[in-house]
Design a protein around this ligand. Structure first.
Ligand code: FE2
Length: 278
């Protein structure tokens, strides 16, 4: 499932790519549905064609069959030293080929963790699985990331982490009395990062059916598809049950409703993947 070496790589680098036990039938069903759901984004008045298209909050049976597969739950439990992992969100992304385009990235972090968050048992953190539904080489829009950048930032912050970047109003959040108390999704771009010697970005190369697990506190980015084939990924977020994290109130009710709907779609013996107290 996941080796000790791979766990260490994840902790040190912030990402690791591993094999999954998903079958060819499961992958083909999810890949075909992705193609039907995510055609090129048509340009609307004055807009450009969108090559990178997506859909969040997935409930279609081929995706639910994958989301509830015990593999993701078991890997989360190992990586986050948890005994009960829960789903926090899902998304689908397809990046269509854009041959000849300039290679562009938009590096960011989605959340910030302190060293204490990443050392607590269970870990006070979320993880994201990128299940590749197509092969990903260096040209077709690989996910890129800077190995170890999550730890560099955490070390720099020490025991007074800054979790929110940009303007802050406590009324906008749940469980976030100030910007130093609990991790909360808050994107940070280059101007927010401390001025440190970060590693160069590396691409996550994978075969269809492999999974890249990433800590989104590591600097990462989507990229342009200069290849000939589409890049397709199913993204599943997990968290240890009973870990308290901050959350933006905007979007909270949509997320709760999605998780209630997802719970209804799960097999009866897999419903523990959505907690009862949303
Ligand atoms: Fe991100």
């Amino acid at each position: 499932m996941i080796t000790e070496q791979q766990i260490q790589t994840f902790e040190q680098d912030g990402a690791v790519t591993i094999d999954s036990p998903l079958t060819g039938r499961q992958l083909a069903a999810a890949s075909d549905l992705t193609d039907r759901l995510l055609p090129l984004g048509e340009p609307k008045d004055g807009e450009r064609i969108r090559y990178r298209v997506g859909k969040n909050n997935l409930l279609d049976p081929p995706f639910v069959e994958i989301i509830e597969h015990p593999f993701f739950e078991q890997v989360t439990n190992r990586l986050l030293q948890a005994d009960h992992a829960v789903v926090i969100g899902t998304a689908l992304r397809k990046t269509h080929p854009q041959p000849g385009a300039k290679f562009e990235v938009g590096e960011h972090t989605d959340i910030t963790y302190s060293l204490a968050d990443m050392a607590s048992v269970p870990r006070r953190m979320d993880i994201s699985f990128f299940l590749w539904l197509s092969d990903v080489d260096g040209k077709c829009a690989p996910l890129i990331y800077r190995p170890g950048s999550h730890r560099l930032i955490a070390q720099h912050m020490g025991d007074r982490p800054r979790y929110v970047h940009g303007p802050f109003d406590p009324d906008d959040y749940r469980n976030v009395p100030d910007i130093h108390t609990l991790p909360v999704g808050s994107a940070a771009h280059r101007e927010h990062w401390p001025d440190l010697e970060y590693a160069k970005p590396v691409p996550c190369i994978a075969r269809a059916g492999q999974v890249t697990v990433i800590n989104q506190a590591a600097i990462h980015s989507a990229s342009t598809n200069r290849g000939m084939t589409s890049r397709k990924s199913l993204i599943i977020g997990f968290r240890p049950h009973n870990i308290v994290m901050g959350e933006r109130k905007a979007g909270l009710e949509i997320r709760r409703q999605y998780l209630r709907d997802l719970k209804n779609q799960l097999s009866p013996n897999r419903r523990h993947l959505v907690p009862g107290d949303l």
